[in-house]
Design a protein around this ligand. Sequence first.
Ligand code: F6P
Length: 755
Amino acid sequence: MKLIVRYGTVALAIVATAILVISPFATSFVEQWSRRDVELRSKLVFNSVRNEMSNLLAANATAQIGALFEQLALDERLLAIGFCDSNAVLRHSNKVMPADFSCQQVARSDQESFSTIQSAGRPTVAGSFPIPTDAGPGHLILLHDLTFAQERGAQARGWLMIALAIVALVGAALASLIALFIMRRWLQSVRSAIEEVKNGRRDRDEMVESPGVAGEIQRLIRNLDETRRLIDAAYTDWNPETLRRALASQLPNTEIIVVSNREPYIHNRGPNGILLQTPASGLVAAIEPVMRACGGTWIAHGSGSADREIVDAHDRIRVPPASPTYTLRRVWLSEEERDGYYYGFANEGLWPLCHIAFVRPRFRESDWDQYRAVNARFADAVVKEATRPDPIILVQDYHFALLPKMLRERLPEATIITFWHIPWPNSEVFSICPWKEEIISGLLGSTVLGFHTQFHCNNFIDTVDRFVQSRIDREHASITIGGHETFVRPYPISIEWPPAALAGQKPVRECRKSVRARLGLADDICLGIGIERFDYTKGIIDRMLSVDRLLTIHPEWKKSFVFLQIAAPTRSKLSAYIDLQAEAQALAEQINARHGSEGYKPILLLIEHYEPERVFELFRAADLCVVSSLHDGMNLVAKEFVASRDDECGVLILSSFAGASRELSEALIVNPYDSHAMSETLQRALYMPKVEQQARMQVMRNIVRARNVHRWAGQMLLEAAQLRKRHEIMRMTSQERSSAPAPSRSRIVKLAVTK
Ligand code: F6P
C-alpha cells in the first residue's frame, strides 16, 4: 500500500510538472491555429464580396451595402463588418459594429492585413482588405471575435491534463506492480540466505557437540577463520609483542628454526681478546629482531675466528649475548667448502646472475658440487636441531636453493618458508645457469617461497613455467610439482620499529656536531652519506661520479659539500670485489684532486665495518643519504636512514632499481646510471627546504613504522599457520571419510579448501 501511495505521489508530481511546462505551449498552439482559421475565413468572405462591393461603392448604393453586410454578419463568428474610406472614416457598417471601433485601430495598406484589437471588451481579429474607389483606396474591415480561440485553448489544456493524468496513473500502477514483484523476489532470496546461514550455524553447533574427528575439524575451521582475520588485520601495530601473541595463539607449541649463511653474531679474535661483531647484512638486520621476539634456533655458518671458542659441545650459543632469547647453532665449513659454496657458486654464480649489474656470472662444476654438499650439511643440521617432526623452518637466501627440497624429503611434515633476499631475474637471464632445473626444483620443496616484490614473484613463476614440468595456478600464485604445492608470495622485508640502534642516540644537533668534529669538518658543512657493503651492486662508483659532476656544474658547492662513503669490506677474495675497491679508491682520489683544495676533500671513502649504533649516528648527522643500487632486492639502508631521523629532516636519494623504491616513493627517486640526473638530484636535495624534507620524511617514516619487520615475519608465519591448518583439516576430513561418512562431510571439505 505504501508503495502505491509513494508511486501515486510521484505520478501526481510528474503530472503537475508536465502541466506547468507543457500547457502554455499547448494553449498558444491552439490559439494560433484558431486565429489562422479566422484569417482564412476573412479572406474567403472578402473574395466572395470583392467585386460586388466595388460595384456597390462605385454606385454609392448605401442601402445595398448595409443589406449585404447584415447578410454576411449572419456567420456566428463574424462580429461586425464595415468599410473605411481613404480618409480612415467608417463609411458603412452593419448594425452591431461596436461603438468604440475606429478605422485608426486597424492597419490599412495596399495588401490584406490583420490586427488584433480589443473591441467591445473582447479580443478581436480585424482583417483589412483594400478596395479601390474613385475617392481613393478604401478598406473592407471584417471583425472576428477571438474569444472562441481562448475557449479552445482552455479546452485543449483541460484535455491535456486529463490525458497526462491517465498516462501517469497507468504508469505509476505499472511501476508499482513491477516494484512489488522485484521486492517479493528479493525478500525471498534474503529469507533463503538467512535460512542458509541459520542452517550452517546449526550444522556447526551440532559439530561442536559432536565428538571425535568431526568436532576436531570444526575447531580447526574456527581457528583457521581467526588466522585469516589476523592476516587481514596485519596492517596495524606490528611489534615484538603482537608477533609473540599472534604466534602463541596461531602456532602454539611450534618450533621455529632459521637457516642462513650469515650468522647474527660473529666472534672474532682481536689483539685485545674476543670481539663481538654484528655483520653488515640486511638479512641479519631483519631476522634478528624476529628471533628475539619469537625464540627458536638459528643455524648459520660460524665464520668468526673465535666462534669455536664460544660455543658449547653441540656448537650452540645462546644469544643475544647481553640478554639471550634464542639459540645460535653454528655450522663449520672447511676452506674448500667456503670457496666452492659461498665464494664460488653463491657469489660468483647466483649473485651476479640475479643482480643485473653486468658482472659476468661464473659457473664451475666444482663450485656446484660444494654448493650441493653444503646444502646437504645444513639439512643434516636442521634435522638434528628439530625436536619435533613438524617445525617451521625459515630458509634464507640464495645460499640455500637446494635446502627446501632436501628438508621436505627428510621432514615431510615441516612447514618450510623460504625467502629469497635478492632479485629474481627474468627467465631469459636465468636460463644461462647450467643447473637451473635443480635450483628451481630445490626451491619448490618450500611450502611458501617469498620475494620482496610481486615483480620478482612473476619472474620466478615464468622461469618455472619455462623450464620445469609443473602445474601453475596463477590465480593463487602456486606451483605444484610431484604432488607438492608451493605458494609464491611477495613479502617486502623491513626493519624493526623503532630500531634498537636508535636507543641511546644523542639529539640530531649533537650527532651533527660530533660527527663533523671527528671527520675534521666545519660545523656548517653539508654532509651526504652512503653506507653499505663494498659491493658492485650498490652503485658506489656511480654515486661518486655524480658528486664529481655536481662539483663541476655547480662549483659553488666546493668546500661546502662533502660526501662520506662508508664501505664495509665483503667477499674480498673475489676479483670483482677487489677490482671494485681499487676502482673506487682511485676514483675518489681523482675527484678529490680535481675539486679538492687545502684542507678540503669532497669525497671521504672509509673502507671499514661500522656497528649499527655508529651507522645510526652518521645517518643522524647527514643532510642527505644516497642509496644508488644498480639492482637490489629491497635495500634496508634506505629504511634505516628513514628510521634514524626522528627529527623528520634529511633527504633520501633512492635508486629506482632498489625494491625499497616501491614503498618509499617520497624519496628522490633516481636512475643511478644517469650521472647527470643524479648530480641534479644532489643539487635538489641540498637546496630542499626543511618543510619539504619534513613532509617527505613523515610519510616515509609512517610507511616504515607500519610495514616493519615484525609485520613481515608475522605475515609469513600466519600464512604458514593457515596452510598448516588447512592441511590438517584436509587430512582429518579424508580420515573421517574413510572411517564413517557423515552427512555434512562435503560441506566441510568445501570449507577447508576454499581460501
Ligand atoms: O642483500 C642481500 C643479501 O643476501 C643479504 O641478505 C645479506 O646480508 C647479503 O646479501 C649477503 O652478504 P654477505 O655475503 O656478506 O653475507
